[in-house]
Design a protein around this ligand. Structure first.
Ligand SMILES: [Zn+2]
Length: 149
């Protein structure tokens, strides 16, 4: 395939996407911290989640609308569409496999779209909080049951 995109142009696209996602991540992290939720950053888990609740076994991924092929907001750059389309569809495939991987590990893979954070920030944080809190009480219940048996 002819690549009419220069390396510089390509890294410019990547840099822009990456830095906007980093800002969102930081916003999410500080809000969770403000609610007393203690997450970890662990890149040794499959797919490198953005943040992790180890005890609750929840891995949170913040998916950029561009990289993860959001049906509503993924706009291909005008140049070299084919390159980006291929790259993005590989990411979408990988995301599907990742969901399976986490299911098999008995972990929750919680994916949040960039647009969810932008449009309903508090709801996103509520969702994570609920997930974490309900998961730890569920685990505790299961543990007590085991201890009784
Ligand atoms: Zn989107």
């Amino acid at each position: 395939m002819a690549d009419c995109f220069t390396k510089e142009q390509r890294s410019e696209v990547m840099r822009r996407v990456k830095s906007s996602n980093t800002k969102l991540e930081l916003k999410v992290r500080s809000a969770l911290h403000g609610r007393g939720l203690r997450y970890r950053l662990r890149s040794d888990l499959p797919g490198k989640p953005d943040l992790v609740f180890v005890k609750a076994r929840i891995a949170v991924f913040i998916d950029s609308c561009f990289w993860h092929g959001c049906p509503e907001h993924c706009r291909m750059p005008a140049n070299n569409r084919e390159y980006w389309q291929r790259k993005i569809s590989r990411t979408v495939e990988r995301d599907k496999r990742m969901a399976e991987t986490y299911k098999n590990m008995d972990w929750v893979m919680h994916r949040i779209w960039e647009h969810d954070i932008k449009q309903g920030f508090d709801d996103c944080i509520d969702q994570i909080e609920q997930l974490v809190r309900s998961s730890s009480s569920r685990k505790k219940g299961a543990q007590q049951k085991i201890n009784k048996e």
